[in-house]
Structure formats: C-alpha cells, structure tokens
Design a protein around this ligand. Structure first.
Ligand code: HEC
Length: 174
C-alpha cells in the first residue's frame, strides 16, 4: 500500500513537536538557562560547614557530658568518698571496662595485650607509684578523655561511675 502524500512529513513533524515539548522544559529544569524558581529549601537560613558563628547548646539543654568535664586546664575534684560502696562498685566497673587492657590486678597485662603490635605502647601499670601519685582529678580525666593511645571511656561510664573507678584504681598502687 502506498501511503497518501504528506504522511511522512506529518509523522516527522509530530515527533519533532513532541521532542521539543519534552526537551524545552529540561533546559530550565537543569539550569541550562537558570530561572530562580521559588524554593523554600533554598531560602532558609543555614550555616555551612566550618562557618561561624558557632552556636552553643541552649542554656537549659540537657547535656550528658558537661557536668563531668571541667573547663580546659582545670582539674575536677573528687566528690565521691572512697567508702566500701564506692570501692565495690569501682572494682566491678574496673573489671568490665579496664581489666581487658590493664589486667585484673592493674599490672598492665590484660588479656588483649598479647594482640598488641610489638612496638605499640602497652597499657600503663596501674600499681606503679607514678599512678598513685597522680591526683584523683588527673585519673578521672584519663578515664573520661583517654590518654595517649588509651581511648576515652566517658561513653561507657557515667560521672559517678568514673569516680568509683578512680577510687578503686587508687587502691591498686598501695
Ligand atoms: C583499650 C585498652 C585500654 C582500656 C580499656 C583502658 N586503658 Fe588505660 N591505658 C591504656 C594504654 C595503652 C595506656 C598507655 C597510654 C599511653 O601512655 O600512651 C593507658 C594508660 C592509663 C593510665 C596512665 C595514664 C598516665 O598518666 O600515664 C591510667 C591511669 C589508665 N590507663 C587507667 C585506665 C582505667 C581506670 C581504665 C578503665 C576505666 C582504663 N585505663 C581502660 C589502655 C587501656
């Protein structure tokens, strides 16, 4: 069957029209020609990475960290008396959180140390006088913030628990 004259032209024109109708919006959508579309996302106030001013938590926000950490350069003082309760708790917590590295008796010979690389610094021997001579505050900061290659343990231990461990660690160097 021979198509009537002009049919091919009409088909091509139809495809052209459809093609143009689809591609013209894309030029604007993909910002080839930029139109400032009204966008609520775009006009919000936002602070980029590393950009000031730095915002602090609102004064009445509940913080899980600040009561336990002093201002830089200050040493906290121990509010927990080293009574039998504190020492018993400290001993148990030491067993959970410190003994793997520092050993059950604090000699720095915990069970994971044999996996240490030969040249890595071993856990401190907590029975040394050097540790006993440190203030409670210094021991507390070692637990809360870590020390050298020792990781900070503030996420494992609440403020009170850290002091219980400090009280217990004191008894190791006696
Ligand atoms: C993952 C292993 C690991 C755990 C767990 C760990 N420590 Fe340590 N700790 C170390 C290492 C390693 C050092 C030596 C760090 C250095 O000198 O670079 C160290 C050092 C110390 C020191 C000596 C800091 C100084 O002034 O020289 C104290 C005190 C201490 N740890 C207490 C604790 C207590 C208390 C806990 C448990 C709450 C604990 N550590 C848990 C690995 C550990």
């Amino acid at each position: 069957m021979i198509p009537p004259p002009g049919v091919f032209r009409r088909i091509i024109l139809t495809f052209l029209a459809i093609g143009v109708a689809f591609t013209v919006p894309l030029i604007f959508l993909y910002d080839v020609i930029k139109i400032n579309w009204r966008s609520n996302m775009e006009i919000q106030a936002s602070v980029g990475e590393q950009e000031g001013p730095r915002k602090w938590a609102p004064a009445d926000a509940v913080s899980f960290e600040s009561p336990g950490l002093p201002h830089a350069g200050e040493l906290p003082t121990n509010p927990v008396p080293a009574d039998a309760v504190s020492l018993a708790r400290g001993k148990q917590l030491y067993g959970y959180h410190c003994a793997v590295c520092h050993g059950a008796t604090g000699k720095g010979d915990g069970s994971v140390v044999r996996f240490w690389k030969a040249d890595a610094k071993p856990p401190a021997n907590l029975t040394e006088p050097r540790i006993g001579q440190q203030t409670d505050g210094a021991l507390y900061l070692t637990i809360a913030q870590g020390f050298g290659i020792m990781p900070p343990l503030r996420e494992n231990l609440s403020v009170r628990e850290r002091w219980d461990v400090v009280n217990y660690v004191r008894t190791l160097s006696k």
